[in-house]
Every structure is written in C-alpha cells, then in structure tokens.
Write a protein that binds this ligand. Structure first.
Ligand code: AAT
Length: 291
C-alpha cells in the first residue's frame, strides 16, 4: 500500500508507473521550485528527475531534443532569433547551435539548480550553453514573455516540464497569447505536448487554445522510451504572415553546414522523421480535426 502511494499516484498518469533500476544516487536537493534528483541507472545512463518525473536520460535524450528543436527550425527559411522556454539542461540549445543562420538564442529557465546540475552531470547536453549566441535569463517564462518586445523571434521552443509544478501557467491561454505576440509574422512555435495515450484531453485543450491564437496549428509526435507511455508530442503553430508548411521542411537539416564541430553528430532527426512525425493515428486525427 505504501508503494502504491509512491508509484501510482502521480496526477499526470494515475495508476501506472515506469521503473528504472537505480545504481547510484548522484545528487538530490530541493530548489526553490522543485526537487532535483540525478541518478545513475542500470540501463539508461544518468537520469535527471524533477519532482519525481523523468526529464531526460543519457540514452534517449537526443530523440526529444532533436525533434523539439528541428521540427520548428527546419520549418522556417532562415531562423535568426530563437527563444527557448525551460530547457535548463542545455540539450535544446545544443540542437539550435547546429543552425548557422541563428544569431541570438535566448533561454528563459526558472530554476538555476537545473542548469548547475546539468553542467556537472550532463556535459553532453550542457555543451549547448557554450555557444556564444546563447543569452541566459533565469526567471519565470510567464514574466519574461510579458516583457518581451513584440515580433522579436523567428521561432520559440517551449521545452517545459509537465503542467503540475512551476510549468502550470505555461499551458494557459494568456501565455500562448504572449508567445504569439513575441513572434514575427510567420514565426513558429513548438510546444512540448505530452502523450497521445495518456493526455488526449490536455492535447485537445492546448490545440483549441492555440487555434484561437495562431493561424496554423499542427500536432506531431515521436518515440522517447523513458517518457510516460514511450511517446511525446509537439504542438506546432505559426502566426499570421507568410504560410508555413510544417509537414515538408523548407529548411532541410541535410543542408546545414555542420560548422559546430565540437558537438557530436545527430542521431535521430532527419527529413523523413520530420515528415513522418505528422502522421496521426485515426483516433487522434479525429480528435484534432473535430476541434
Ligand atoms: N530538455 C528536457 C527536459 C525538460 S526540462 C523542463 C524545464 O522547464 C525544467 O528545467 C524546469 O525548471 C523548466 N520550467 C518549468 N516551469 C518553468 C517556467 N515557468 N519558466 C521557465 N522554465 C520553467 C522537459 C521534459 C518534458 C517531460 C515530459 N514528460
């Protein structure tokens, strides 16, 4: 019974749990916002956990970081100003770095402890902070976006945690309105959007809010074994302005010059994966179409 309370009561996925064998706890502390835990697992390398929820593992992090970064950046002709919301581990920064058209990479992460822990335990992700184009802002993204100049960004990537702790406001309509305002005409947004198996209602809510605020709203998904149910989705939106065809990458990754030689090769994303990510199972296609 005690085990049940610990393992099966997460409000995001009641009644189920995914286990990883812990070899060694490497770090555990409480920040001002959440409990931060790093452990060495038996089969997935080091794991970062916030408030009991797996944020990334060394073995499969690239699937998520590559998709959430390149789906939007390869859908826009020559992205220059990019904003990351959350993403304090640096993995999404590492992926954005591969795009040589990018001039500024702002990142707004609420929790400095996540950044410090990543620099210590996940150097292959934190390498993203070494790019001189990166400008780090520590604070709540809600506040940051309220103050952001209108029309500044070509792309915004919301790499936030699940809407239970500090990320709760990041799924509400006022936040999406500030995101839309901060984007250039024809600018693109890519938002972490949970699992189609576990969170159909959350996805529906997010899509219908986005449809009120953005011109074009699409859903894509991918496989990440250590996220609940093994899949994760993304809501992609574009603002009024030049049309964006998310399903066919206009800025294909294969054309990048690969100037950032200190970053290891990509392992997951390519133009075929990009196009395939928008293929939806019938039950989800029906839900998305009826909104
Ligand atoms: N890169 C994969 C890991 C994440 S990290 C999500 C980050 O969002 C965390 O570092 C968290 O501190 C930050 N965050 C949460 N709320 C806010 C906020 N209001 N403002 C700025 N940053 C915030 C995502 C994993 C997805 C897991 C899916 N189950």
């Amino acid at each position: 019974k005690k085990g049940e309370a610990v393992y099966f009561n997460n409000p995001m996925w009641p009644g189920e749990a995914h286990s990883l064998k812990v070899e060694k706890v490497l770090f555990k502390d409480k920040s001002d916002y959440q409990e931060v835990l790093v452990f060495e697992s038996a089969t997935y390398g080091k794991v970062l956990v916030l408030d009991g929820i797996v944020q990334l593992t060394e073995k499969d992090e690239f699937a998520y970081q590559e998709m959430i970064a390149h789906l939007p950046l390869c859908s826009t002709p020559s992205p220059k100003n990019v904003l990351v919301v959350g993403g304090g581990d640096g993995g999404v920064l590492r992926e954005i770095s591969r795009h040589s058209s990018v001039e500024v990479i702002d990142i707004c992460e609420i929790d400095k402890m996540v950044i410090d822990v990543s620099k210590k335990f996940f150097p292959e992700l934190a390498v993203g902070f070494e790019d001189p184009r990166v400008q780090l802002h520590i604070g709540d993204a809600v506040e940051f976006l309220r103050k952001s100049p209108a029309g500044k960004y070509d792309a915004i990537i919301v790499d936030s945690s699940d809407p239970v702790g500090p990320a709760l406001a990041l799924v509400e309509k006022p936040f999406f309105e500030t995101l839309a305002r901060a984007l250039k005409p024809g600018g693109v947004l890519c938002n972490m959007a949970e699992s189609m198996w576990l969170h159909t209602h959350l996805i529906e809510d997010m899509i219908s809010i986005c449809r009120q605020t953005f011109k074009n709203v699409q859903y894509a998904w991918s496989s990440v074994p250590t996220y609940p149910s093994g899949v994760i989705g993304f809501v992609l939106c574009s603002t009024e302005g030049p049309d964006v065809d998310f399903k066919n990458p206009i800025n294909p990754i294969e054309k990048l010059d690969g100037a950032m030689t200190y970053i290891r090769e990509m392992k997951f994303y390519n133009s075929d994966m990009h196009r395939a990510a928008f293929a939806l199972p019938t039950f989800l296609r029906r839900e998305v179409a009826s909104l």
